[in-house]
Design a protein around this ligand. Structure first.
Ligand code: PRX
Length: 635
């Protein structure tokens, strides 16, 4: 999805402030990078030493079954021990771990002690309901502390959590439950969004109807509206938490470093979502190290990652990374511009936020409302800014830098993926920045931009972004589908053993990487990763649609929006009503984020002779651009 609107500009260079460099955890990027290059295993072992292990590893990295790499082989640990248990034995027991503000304005805060205790209680509830090590638990909730507690409670007892983002709907949830074969679902009655209630429990009920593998549903009361509770299947969270089974003491299960921690579904080239699998050992080392390097978290900081815990950004940098580092984080439930476009700026002022990590789409969305909204607030507590999810266009970068950061706060443009577990290409606060570039790979990460044969592209030439060495935070497999893991990520450069990211990128003369976008059938809408195939299969599941193709088209705020092309079955006529019906259908099947901005009815779709839809042609037509090489077009 190459988007010329975001074409890199290489001429600007922003040097870091002297004081920022002086205080930065990584003062000398080059030196740390060189150290890792010299001895990769020693380097990662050194990072791992900072954490607690019930038993140390025999080997740092086992490549013998590549690409099924193993990290910290033989070690015993539990990520929750590092995120909570060890802190309550120190002064951090009394430190604020989490500050929560709901969209209606309600506030709560959790010390490490309280978060630990609530986690223990819920872990005991789960255990008493028969959840065991290795069981999959699906979580579908709004952005509240109970979501975090549910994740931690699962991990604590060795269950594997599968969090589904609250913006997904019936079929998407059902598919993910089915794939994980989870018997327990944790949800909430609803969530607040833009002053309205998103009726999560109703959606969850429908999903469970479609995937009856679920035996038990635990429901957190958030919005308090009337919902259906199925006798013998559904239980209120607060009821369970008040029973004697919810004891506040719970030992963390001793896990093998390579035991699974979570599955997180993400979109790929087929309609079936991929369950990206991460583990306890390597992942904890990777997320805590990278968070320390990039966001330089100090005990005095109040850090706010405004993502959703239901995405990898939330897993790694709202939940696990910050807690392992003993940080204080803010969690905000609702929409950025509710009730007014100053909500976020007010939150920063109210809580004295020092580090803000968000996505270009949010920045562009808020930028639209003008400078007056942020300027009305004192944002001087901020010292670092961050961006993730898609390339940040230089215009948004500059606004973020000037209006929010007041030209004092460097922007950490972090490139990474669900699969990578943590930041891969990113500045640290002490390096020079170029707006629109994620700069260079982090220590221990070896990336390159290469052509289809694996030959490195010279500066300025687009190619495939690859990772040439394994790293501790890498996915271990696609849940239940190891072949797909090999095929998707390791087959194109199998002879070289490189990981294929699926992104296209270019390097510049200084070795800075400019990520351009996805090479495959993945569309980034507001930073959310959607597979064309999943939306297309959603469309054809409607009785009127015979065939469908969707593409991403650049949009000023959302990065991309979806255009859909549908061939109707005989007997159905194109109409605006049908268009609206199809949008509603997608809202239900996949989720509101997947609703096409435009639906066109057509008699034919451009296809190759082998029947593959040529989305490139549709895209060129939609943008009024030349259609390029049509030699493979069937008709
Ligand atoms: O295309 C890249 C884009 O987001 C993709 C990964 O999406 P997902 O797995 O949902 O994870 C998003 C949060 C880590 C990548 O393949 N992407 C992510 N960050 C950036 C980016 N593109 C450009 N610049 C970034 N900073």
């Amino acid at each position: 999805m190459v988007d010329e609107a975001f074409a890199p500009v290489t001429s600007e260079l922003y040097m870091p402030d002297e004081e920022i460099v002086r205080n930065a955890y990584v003062q000398d990027y080059e030196a740390l990078y060189a150290e890792a290059q010299q001895n990769l295993e020693e380097f990662w072992a050194k990072q791992a030493e900072k954490l607690h292990w019930f038993q140390k590893w025999d080997r740092v990295l086992d490549r013998s079954q590549a690409p099924f790499f193993k990290w910290f082989v033989g070690a015993k640990t539990n990520i929750v021990y590092n995120a909570l248990d060890r802190h309550v034995k120190t002064w951090r027991k009394n430190k604020v771990a989490l500050i929560f503000e709901g969209e209606p304005g309600d506030q709560r805060s959790y010390s490490y002690w309280r978060l630990w205790k609530e986690t223990n209680k819920f872990a005991n509830v789960l255990r008493s309901m028969g959840v065991k090590k290795g069981d999959r638990v699906t979580i579908y909730m709004g952005r509240t502390p109970e979501l975090i507690i549910a994740m931690l409670a699962c991990a604590k007892i060795g269950a594997i959590h599968s969090v589904i983002y609250g913006g997904f709907s019936e079929q998407a949830i059902a598919d993910r439950i089915e794939d994980a074969q989870s018997r327990l679902l944790i949800t909430s009655d609803g969530a607040w969004l833009r002053g309205n209630i998103v009726r999560l429990k109703d959606i969850a009920d429908e999903a469970v109807k479609r995937s009856p593998v679920i035996e038990t549903v635990i429901v957190v009361k958030r919005t308090g509206h009337e919902i259906h509770m199925e006798q013998g299947r559904d239980y209120w969270y607060h009821d369970l938490m008040s029973l004697p089974i919810a004891s506040p003491n719970c030992e963390s299960e001793v896990m093998d470093a390579e035991d699974p921690l979570f599955i997180l579904y993400t979109s790929g080239t087929t309609g079936k979502p991929k369950g990206v699998l991460h583990t306890h050992g390597g992942y904890q080392v990777y997320v805590s190290s990278t968070l320390q390097w990039v966001f330089d978290i100090k005990d005095e900081d109040r850090y706010w990652c405004a993502a959703d815990p239901g995405w990898i950004t939330g897993h790694s940098y709202i939940v696990y990374g910050p807690l392992i580092l003993g940080a204080t984080s803010l969690l905000y439930e609702g929409a950025p511009a509710y009730p007014y476009p100053n909500r976020w700026w007010r939150l920063i002022e109210e809580y004295g936020i020092t580090i803000l990590y968000t996505a270009p789409t949010a920045i562009r969305g808020l930028m639209r409302f003008g400078d007056a909204w942020p300027n009305r607030h004192n944002l001087s507590s901020l010292r670092l800014l961050g961006s993730v999810g898609e390339p940040i266009n230089p215009e948004a970068w500059r606004w973020y830098y000037r209006v929010i950061g007041k030209e004092r706060c460097p922007i950490m443009d972090t490139w990474w993926q669900t699969e990578t577990g943590g930041f891969m290409i990113s500045p640290v606060p002490s390096v020079a920045l170029k707006p629109g570039s994620a700069t260079r790979p982090l220590p221990g990460i070896d990336v390159d931009v290469v052509d289809d044969q694996g030959v490195p592209c010279p500066p300025g030439v687009d190619g495939n972004l690859v990772v040439k060495q394994p790293w501790p935070g890498m996915l271990r497999t696609v849940y239940g589908d190891p072949d797909r893991y090999v095929q998707q990520y390791w087959s194109q450069y199998a002879d070289k053993g490189w990981y294929l990211t699926g992104d296209s990128a270019r390097k510049d003369e200084d070795g800075y990487i400019w990520v351009i976008g996805r090479n495959d059938d993945v569309i980034k809408v507001s930073g959310y990763r959607l597979g064309t195939a999943e939306i297309e299969s959603g469309l054809v599941s409607h009785e009127a649609v015979a065939e469908a193709a969707v593409i991403g088209v650049p949009d000023q705020v959302r990065g991309n929006v979806i255009y859909a092309y549908c061939i109707l079955r005989s007997g159905y006529q194109p109409s605006d009503r049908l268009r609206e019906e199809l949008k509603e259908h997608i809202r239900h099947e996949v989720g509101p984020i997947a609703v096409p901005a435009k639906i066109e009815f057509t008699d034919t779709l451009p296809k190759t002779r082998s029947g593959k839809i040529m989305r490139r042609v549709l895209r060129a037509r939609a943008l009024g651009m030349p259609e390029g090489d049509l030699s493979t077009l069937e008709e």
